[in-house]
Design a protein around this ligand. Structure first.
Ligand code: ADP
Length: 633
């Protein structure tokens, strides 16, 4: 097809012809305002399509010039009379061409005949335009171009109102015209025939349902409205980076533009086979907040699995429908549309639904609109979620950064105490004032405990390498539960006694065997038990419970201590993270609320993951905590 730029250039050339210019100016000034269809726009439109067909079929420039004049004048007669306006227009064109002095008699005659040919004549085959010259065909096809264009219904309604006809009789007349109409030129046949057939089908449907042109063109206008809306959607949705706000705005638009009683969005829960209900506009929304349904249930599940939109005219007869959601919301779904929310090509993050069209059923146009809109919603939502994620990560990094500074302070503080002790002892020895063997013995003990404390700190720092992400080598051995647990328990007995803590053991004497890395599991048990001791008041209760189930052995370290606030429960597994700031720690290794380097849980989780399992936490602030892990028998 010839490109639009070429047609526009030809149109400009044509409008520059003095006769054409004058005709167009007179139309602008003198056409009666009640000519809704035969307005100056119509003439420009005819001029455009006449040039399009002429260029498509390779007409010569001289022919195009005459065609342009005929097109410009063909409706000029309306400025004088409605009836036989073509006759007056033909006379006007002839006299003006004559006065211009550059046209031959034949050319003037040809233009006049072309204009007269635009009359609609009642024939035995219905209303027709009759062509008396080959060039007329281009003008006639351009004049009735909209029979084969998408604006047929819009223009039809303008024409009906111009003629002031009743919808039913106009509908019949238009249908007759469309059915008996034939294109005169090859170009129009090529470019307009298929849309004309489509218009015939639609018109037949209108006649069958006796819906007027007006209502149909209103629907078409609604579609145009929707298209204009879709073009602005990115601005609308990206105005907020809060996923909730994005969804609220989107759903309100879905509801309004599809005239639906309600709109909903379901999002796929990452790493799970569930869909979470997120938002609803319309009634019953509050009751559904956070509702989860299996990812493959309902029309929404089908849409997400097949990555395809769905239209359900009657939910009662659709086996995919999942009535559970209605039950929760106290809502009765009759019909629905559902479209997937797709991002990055093939990733589906959820689906959007429109429920119950207020005035009947949803149409194919509605479904197209929702599918297009869903693409915008998906992008905006994805954007908002990524933004939220990066904000959370930033907050986490800030916490960890603060924590790092705390750790540096804490390490220097912890090292300073034993170093001071050692320094003092060394000074005393060097001064030579200590010669009593008893005093020397006690000095030796003090030095020893200082060195032990330093060693413990160095070992804790060394633990960092365990959680630094390198692959941890495993040494798998066979061991009974008792052999595994007892050395850890005896290692902590002194601290438990000193703090008057009641320690309950259950199932720890079992001779049942495990195949595991004994040293690493002991590190985990020691970390968990020492936390239980440190975060439980003097005289409180802690315990270790080992339970056997087929193929597994479950370890639970529990305490009735201070517990962990819900909002801290995910973060405490991070390296160097502690709930209390370093400067508020009490000193000592097992004192109440004394803290280490914030590595115990991170190390334990890393070890358990390496052993193919994980660590669960159940805790309530002020009541106590339970740390649970499972190992295969
Ligand atoms: P640390 O060795 O410094 O205590 P952990 O990684 O073992 O580091 O623990 C991190 C933080 O988690 C602790 O500082 C404490 O705030 C919290 N925590 C761990 N276990 C318990 C528990 N049993 N009760 C209460 N809080 C605990």
């Amino acid at each position: 097809m010839v490109d639009e730029e070429r047609i526009q250039a030809e149109l400009a050339r044509c409008k520059a012809e003095p006769l054409v210019r004058e005709a167009l100016e007179r139309l602008e000034k003198e056409l009666p305002g009640d000519l809704l269809y035969h307005s100056p726009n119509h003439t420009v439109d005819v001029l455009h399509d006449a040039m399009l067909y002429a260029i498509e079929d390779g007409l010569k420039s001289a022919e195009r010039e005459l065609l342009g004049i005929a097109a410009a004048f063909h409706d000029l007669g309306f400025i004088k009379q409605r009836k036989d306006n073509e006759v007056w227009a033909a006379q006007l064109a002839s006299s003006m061409m004559d006065a211009a002095g550059r046209f031959s008699r034949e050319q003037i005659e040809l233009v006049s005949r072309m204009i007269l040919d635009t009359r609609l004549v009642a024939t035995s085959a219905g209303l027709r335009q009759l062509r008396t010259t080959p060039l007329s065909g281009y003008l006639l096809d351009a004049d009735l171009s909209n029979l084969g264009r998408t604006d047929f219904f819009e223009k039809g309604e303008l024409y009906r109102r111009e003629l002031n006809m009743a919808p039913e009789s106009f509908l019949k007349m238009a249908f007759d015209l469309l059915n008996s109409h034939e294109w005169h030129t090859a170009a129009a046949r090529r470019l307009r025939q298929s849309m004309k057939e489509e218009n015939i089908k639609r018109l037949r449907k209108l006649l069958e349902n006796q819906i007027s042109f007006e209502r149909h063109s209103e629907e078409r206008n609604a579609n145009n409205d929707r298209l204009a809306f879709l073009a602005q959607v990115p601005l609308l949705l990206n105005a907020s980076l809060e996923p909730r706000e994005v969804m609220a705005v989107a759903l309100e638009e879905v509801r309004r533009r599809l005239q639906a009683e309600a709109g909903t969005i379901f999002l796929c829960e990452p790493d799970s086979r569930e869909l979470v209900f997120w938002a609803l506009s319309g009634d019953g929304g509050g009751k559904l907040e956070g509702l989860r349904i299996p990812a493959d249930r309902g029309v929404v599940g089908w849409v997400i699995t097949h990555r395809q939109a769905a239209m359900v005219a009657d939910v009662k007869s659709d086996p995919r429908f999942f009535s559970e959601v209605d039950r929760h919301a106290g809502f009765t779904t009759r019909n629905m549309l559902c479209a997937p929310l797709m991002v990055r090509g093939s990733e589906c993050i959820g689906a959007v639904q429109a429920l119950n069209r207020v005035d009947g059923e949803f149409t194919a146009d509605d479904m197209r609109f929702l599918s297009n809109f869903a693409q915008h919603i998906a992008l905006a939502l994805d954007n908002a979620r990524l933004h939220q994620l990066s904000r959370k990560q930033k907050e986490k990094l800030e916490i960890l950064d603060r924590r790092k500074n705390d750790v540096i302070q804490m390490i220097s503080h912890e090292f300073r105490t034993p170093l001071n002790v050692i320094q003092n002892c060394a000074d005393l020895i060097v001064s030579g004032i200590l010669n009593d063997p008893k005093a020397l013995q006690s000095m030796g003990d003090t030095l020893q405990s200082g060195v032990n404390r330093l060693n413990r700190l160095v070992a804790a720092v060394r633990d960092v390498s365990l959680v630094s992400g390198e692959v941890l080598p495993l040494k798998i051995e066979r061991v009974s539960i008792q052999q595994l647990v007892q050395p850890v328990v005896s290692g902590l007995a002194e601290a438990i006694n000193k703090r008057n803590i009641v320690f309950e053991q259950c199932g720890t004497n079992s001779n049942e065997g495990l195949q595991t890395d004994v040293a690493l599991v002991r590190v985990v048990l020691r970390n968990l038990l020492s936390n239980a001791i440190r975060f439980t008041k003097d005289g409180g209760k802690i315990g270790l419970q080992v339970e056997l189930s087929p193929g597994y052995c479950t370890f639970c370290v529990w305490d009735c201590g201070i517990g962990i606030p819900a909002h801290e429960q995910a973060t405490i597994f991070e390296k160097f993270y502690e709930v209390t700031p370093a400067k508020e720690h009490s000193s000592g290794e097992f004192e109440f609320r004394s803290c280490g380097l914030g590595l115990g849980l991170a190390t334990s989780l890393h070890i358990l993951k390496r052993l193919g399992t994980s660590l669960q936490l159940e805790s309530k602030e002020g009541e106590g905590s339970k740390f649970i892990f499972r190992l295969p028998l």
